[in-house]
Each structure stands twice: as structure tokens, then as C-alpha cells.
Design a protein around this ligand. Structure first.
Ligand SMILES: Nc1ncccc1[N+](=O)[O-]
Length: 247
């Protein structure tokens, strides 16, 4: 998978050189490129924002730098020249490039969405700052490809970078080969729609607390049943909204 990130803080993503995503980059499983939005400004101050039409506090990110930055990526990731030379060449995906903008006004990011995004050959993330990005950027690129505003949750961050980091981690770990043991992806919170069961490891007793005896029984049927019951109990207690509708 190729991932492009557009941001005014490219140094923010240097942390993606370590851990799982870092290894995936070194092995070529993920081709991640970070682009500085300011490289696509043309004024002396490299300005990327301006006052909002209609008044109001804060600043809005100007459309021109975003348009140039995204065009530059699309030209390289989706070689338009090739398409005009050989129009039957498929684009990277039939539905065209996927642009994701983190936003508190976006659709909620979920494990199901992470699984869908992990199937994309290319993702382009646009990190907004300030009061957001001029709406016409979303409208313009929605015509050529797919634009999705995605939210991590109902709170406000100062910009999209932290959200993009979280999404890249959630999506990246689902790409085949990134996580050593794919089995470990199966029994996790939200994979089956429920929260995961509690986990234990050695020692069997610790500060007067014993591991639940069923886990030491070797009875795999009883262990599976106990784990399922723990999932349902924990989900009902912490996230009743995730419980399947009572039939
Ligand atoms: N919650 C957010 N606040 C600002 C930017 C992005 C956000 N998000 O959740 O993706």
C-alpha cells in the first residue's frame, strides 16, 4: 500500500519510522510519503490560511495550496499521462483515489472502516489545522475520486496529524505481512463487534490474585465459553451500544 500524507508539520510523522509501521516501510509493505503543504504555497510567507468569509474567529486553510499538493500526488500516484496514452489503464482503484481528511465533522472511524481501508492500494491523508480546510477542496476532489471526512471521536484536536497517526496504525497493522502472527488480529476488541475478554499470563498467582481456574484447565471448550461470556459481560458494562440487538 502507498500512503501519502499532506501536513504543515511533516516532522510530526518521523515517529512512523519505528515500530510496526516502520518495519513495514523498511520491508516495502507500506510506501509512506509525507508532503509539506507549505511546499505548495507561492507567496513570500508560505501562507496556508486566511480569515473566514462570513466572519468568525480563527483561520481557514486556503484552497490553492491543497489543490496543488493533491494534484501533485495524483499526478505521481495515478499517472494521468499513462491514462491519456492508454485510456483503458485502470486507475489505482476503479473508484479513483481515496482522500481522507480527519475532521470532528466526519464519519466515525471504526475497525470495520480500518478493514476496508486496508484493502485500498493508495490512501491520501490531508491533515487540516486551524478551523479547517476551505470546503471547495473537498467538493473539487470528490468529483475526480473519493473524499471522506473521518472522525476519531467526539472531541476536538488541534489538527489532523494525531488522527492520521492513529488511522495509519489501525489500517497498517491489518495489511497482510505487517503483523507477524495474523492470528493475533482475530481475537481483538471490535473484531467481532464486541470488546475483548480479559487476558492473563504467568505467574498463576500475583499479589494474592489467581488466574481464573478455567484458563488453567486445558479444556478448550470451557475456555472459549468463558471468554465469550467475559466479552458479553464487559461489552454490556462498558459499551452497551455495541451489543447485538436482542433478537
Ligand atoms: N476530533 C478531531 N479534531 C480535529 C481534527 C480531527 C479530529 N478527528 O477526530 O479526526
Amino acid at each position: 500500500m502507498r500512503i501519502d500524507i499532506i501536513t504543515i508539520f511533516p516532522e510530526f510523522f518521523s515517529v512512523l519510522d519505528v515500530s510496526l509501521v516502520g518495519k513495514a516501510r523498511q520491508s516495502g509493505l507500506i510506501d509512506l510519503r509525507v508532503h509539506n503543504l507549505r511546499d505548495h504555497t507561492h507567496d513570500r510567507h508560505h501562507s496556508v490560511d486566511d480569515t473566514p468569509y462570513g466572519g468568525g474567529a480563527g483561520m481557514v486553510m486556503k484552497p490553492e495550496p491543497w489543490g496543488d499538493a493533491i494534484d501533485d500526488i495524483l499526478t505521481h500516484v495515478y499517472p494521468v499521462a499513462d491514462l491519456t496514452d492508454a485510456p483503458d489503464l485502470p486507475t489505482a482503484t476503479d473508484a479513483g483515489p481515496l482522500l481522507i481528511f480527519p475532521s470532528p465533522a466526519g464519519e466515525l472511524f471504526t475497525q470495520a472502516m480500518a478493514r476496508k481501508l486496508a484493502e485500498e492500494p493508495n490512501l491520501i491523508f490531508g491533515c487540516g489545522r486551524y478551523e479547517g480546510i476551505d470546503q471547495r477542496v473537498f467538493d473539487h476532489f470528490a468529483e475526480a475520486g473519493r473524499v471522506r471526512l473521518v472522525s476519531l471521536g467526539d472531541y476536538v484536536l488541534n489538527g489532523g496529524e494525531v488522527a492520521v497517526m492513529a488511522m495509519i496504525e489501525a489500517v497498517g497493522r491489518l495489511i497482510p505481512g505487517v503483523v507477524g502472527n495474523p492470528e493475533s488480529l482475530v481475537e481483538e476488541s471490535h473484531e467481532d463487534g464486541l470488546l475483548e475478554y480479559p487476558s492473563y499470563t504467568k505467574p498463576a498467582a500475583w499479589r494474592g490474585r489467581d488466574v481464573p481456574p478455567v484458563l488453567l484447565s486445558g479444556n478448550h471448550g470451557a475456555i472459549a465459553a468463558w471468554r465469550r461470556e467475559q466479552q458479553l459481560e464487559r461489552t454490556a458494562r462498558v459499551r452497551p451500544d455495541l451489543l447485538p440487538p436482542a433478537n
